[in-house]
Design a protein around this ligand. Structure first.
Ligand SMILES: [Zn+2]
Length: 380
C-alpha cells in the first residue's frame, strides 16, 4: 500500500514539475535546471520510501564507479538515439538501496539508485559500471522529459504508466500486483524500449571512454537473458522495464564487433573464467561455468592448473565449436590446435582412472563446459 502512495506522489510531482500541458523545456539549460529540481524532490521521496544500504563497501564501490562514469558523461559528447539532442550535465549522486531486486533506476537530474541485489549479481566492476553507465544515460539524455514531450503521440492513460515504469524501475518491492500490470502496459508501448536502446548505446559509449571493459555490459545482459529464458515466470524487477533482454544483448555484441573489441568473457565474469581451487586432498580443481572441469594432482599441480586456466580461458573466450576439442593418446588436451593441458598419471591416480580414461573424461568434461557456455550466450 505504501508503494501505491509513493507512485501517486511521484506522478503528482511530475505533473507539477514538467507541467504536462505546457511546452517542454526549450533549451538544454532550461531542461537541466528543471530536471535537477525535479530529481531533487523525487529523490527525497525515494530516500523516505527505500532503505539506504548499510553495506559501506557496496556504497563506496558504487560511488567510486559512478563518479568515474559521471565525469565522462559530463565531459564528453556521444551519439544519442533517443532523448534530448545534447546530453545534460548534472551533479550525479549514487546510492545503494536495501533489496534483492536485480535492478537500478535513475531519476531526472542524475540521482542514480542501485539495489544490493544488483551488486550481488554483478561479477565484476566492469559489469557494475555497465549498469551505472546505462542509468547515467537515462538522466543525461533526459528520458523522462522526452517521454513527457512525446506524450501527445500516445494516449493520456499510457503516459503515467510509462513514467511509473521508468521511475520505479519495475521494482517488485512490496509485491504490488497493480504496479506489475501497469509496467507491463508501459513496456508494451514501445516507448520505454526506445529509451532502453538509447541508454544501452549511451552507456556503451561511456564505457568505451572509461577504464572499464564494455564486455561487462554484454555479459551482464546475457546472464539476465539466460535467467529470463530459464525462469520466465519469476518476477525479476529488471525484466519488466528492460524487456527484450536477448535482443539488447545481441545489439551490444554487434556494437562490440563494430568497435573492433574482442569479447573476452573471462575478463569480466567469474562464471566464465576458469577458477582454480585447492582441495583437502592437496589437489587443485579447475572450475568453469559453475561446474568442476578437471582435477590436477601431483607435485606441480598448482602451477599446471594455473597455466591451464589461462589457456582454457582464451580458448573458451573464442566461443569455439565442440569439434575444436580433441586429445592425443599421451593425454594432451588440445583446443583449436593449441595444447590446453596435459593429463598426467598423477592426475589419473587422483580420480582412480587409467590415463586413457582420464583423458577421455577430460575431453568430455571440457566439451560439457563449452556446451554450457554456448547454451548460455547463444539464442537457441
Ligand atoms: Zn533503463
Amino acid at each position: 500500500m505504501l508503494k501505491s502512495l509513493f507512485i501517486t506522489l511521484l506522478l503528482g510531482s511530475l505533473s507539477l514539475a514538467y507541467g504536462f500541458e505546457d511546452k517542454p523545456a526549450s533549451s538544454v539549460d532550461d531542461g537541466q535546471a528543471k530536471d535537477a529540481a525535479l530529481g531533487k524532490s523525487l529523490s527525497e521521496q525515494v530516500d523516505k520510501e527505500y532503505k539506504a544500504s548499510k553495506n559501506t563497501e557496496y556504497q563506496e564501490r558504487v560511488s567510486r564507479i559512478g563518479a568515474e562514469i559521471a565525469k565522462i558523461a559530463n565531459e564528453s559528447t556521444v551519439n544519442i538515439l533517443w532523448g534530448s539532442k545534447k546530453a545534460c550535465k548534472f551533479n550525479y549522486t549514487f546510492k545503494v538501496l536495501v533489496g534483492d531486486d536485480v535492478n537500478a533506476f535513475s531519476l531526472p537530474g542524475g540521482y542514480i539508485y542501485v539495489f544490493e541485489g544488483l551488486i550481488n549479481h554483478a561479477e565484476s566492476d566492469d559489469e557494475l559500471a555497465g549498469v551505472i553507465a546505462h542509468e547515467v544515460s537515462h538522466a543525461a539524455f533526459r528520458h523522462l522529459a522526452t517521454l513527457e514531450k512525446e506524450k501527445s503521440k500516445i494516449d493520456a492513460v499510457t503516459i503515467p504508466m510509462i513514467l511509473i515504469a521508468i521511475i520505479s524501475g519495475g521494482s517488485t518491492a512490496g509485491g504490488l500486483i497493480e504496479l506489475g500490470q501497469l509496467v507491463g502496459v508501459a513496456t508494451g508501448s514501445g516507448w520505454s524500449q526506445k529509451a532502453e536502446e538509447a541508454a544501452d548505446y549511451g552507456g556503451f559509449q561511456y564505457m568505451l571512454k572509461s577504464k572499464y571493459n564494455p564486455t561487462g555490459m554484454v555479459t551482464f545482459m546475457e546472464r539476465l537473458a539466460f535467467e529470463e529464458r530459464m525462469s520466465p515466470k519469476i518476477d525479476w524487477g529488471i525484466y519488466r522495464t528492460h524487456p527484450p533482454t536477448r535482443e539488447r544483448a545481441n545489439e551490444l555484441v554487434q556494437r562490440m564487433n563494430t568497435a573492433g573489441i574482442a569479447i573476452k568473457r573471462s575478463t569480466v565474469t567469474t562464471l566464465f573464467k576458469t577458477q582454480i581451487k585447492p582441495t583437502p586432498e592437496g589437489n587443485f580443481d579447475a572450475w568453469f561455468g559453475g561446474r568442476k572441469l578437471y582435477t590436477f594432482s601431483g607435485e606441480d599441480a598448482q602451477s599446471r592448473a594455473e597455466k591451464a586456466a589461462a589457456r582454457i580461458d582464451s580458448f573458451m573466450d573464442s566461443l569455439p565449436e565442440l569439434f575444436d576439442i580433441r586429445s592425443l593418446q599421451d593425454g594432451t588436451i588440445i583446443g583449436h590446435g593449441t595444447v590446453l593441458w596435459q593429463v598426467t598419471s598423477s592426475d589419473a591416480q587422483a580420480t582412480k582412472d587409467t590415463l586413457a580414461n582420464a583423458t577421455t573424461n577430460a575431453v568430455l568434461s571440457l566439451k560439457r563446459s563449452l556446451y554450457n557456455l554456448t547454451y548460455r550466450v547463444w539464442d537457441f
